[in-house]
Design a protein around this ligand. Sequence first.
Ligand SMILES: O=C(O)CCC(=O)C(=O)O
Ligand SMILES: [Fe+2]
Length: 341
Amino acid sequence: MVAEHTPCTMHLSALPSELASKLFYSLEESSRDWQRNKWWLFDRLVESPHRTSFFVRQTDGVGDDKSWHESAQYWYNGRKTDPPDVFPSEMEEACRIIERMVSEELRRRPFRYPLEWAGGDTGSADDLLWRANVAASNRYEGRNDSVGWHSDHMTYLGPYCTIASLSLGTRRTFSLREVIPSHETETRSAQTFNIPLPHNSLVIMHASCQERFKHSIPPQSAMDMYRPAHPRFPGGPIEPSNCRINVTFRFYRPDFRPPSIPRCKCGIPTVLRADMKNRSDGGGKDKYWWSCYAGAQNDGKSCNLWQVLDMEAEGRGPTIESMQGSKGRVEESSSNIPDSG
Ligand SMILES: O=C(O)CCC(=O)C(=O)O
Ligand SMILES: [Fe+2]
């Protein structure tokens, strides 16, 4: 049902059960002092209703290039931060399994979008179609921690990214809702899909999810405690928890490295957003905007820059389109194009 109604797929029991427990325990402990993001909303300083942290992978297995480590320092409100932590060993192990799952799922997809990254296939023996090199992580404690409606910024991910989101600990609801393009608001309205995410489940937000849908983790009026299948230490007690840990594995694209990100008049890197209201649903004419992000960190003051992303003029790629020389969707069967009406 998830795949039928949304640009996501849902995978239960993603990791071996013992690895999922170990990763939950290690992140549950380290996340107690993760930060709540703070940003300016108009003239008010607001704080995220959950804790968050960011990890970079020591290597993405492709080569020695570690330039995404620098991108990772900008994850927090466009402001340069201390170097983030490297994936702990259980996260690295989980990442390898998840890369395989995502690659298999990509192989099953009937088409790729023109602007998807196409430089990932290295011809190496492991033939992974998708790799992760960073992980943004969230901790939700109790019923009230949450994240509001948003789509993820594409600044370092580029258009039509694939994000793999692992849930550990107590079950929470993941809500998805399409943003209806302006020219269709008269003829149809959006539905909200509420997907319960149990411990050790993986949601893959496939290409077009960030362009077409917003997502959230709403506060809940009630929740079940999570009872781990394994004790924290051999022979120890099972400790129920009201905590959910989320790890979103992402690929920071080589053609969206920090030096290539336009800066606005405030002098800080802009953020890349999809024009969700004026999209063409993958037909290759989607619009993306580089926009000033100073407002979030600068007492709410911004230079209001909005500059259109121009993949060609900015020298970005290779994309599926540039590799296959195709305009519009790269597809095998037209019957598999999701109906946007
Ligand atoms: O916790 C989740 O499942 C969603 C987190 C999220 O949307 C994000 O980190 O951007
Ligand atoms: Fe998100």
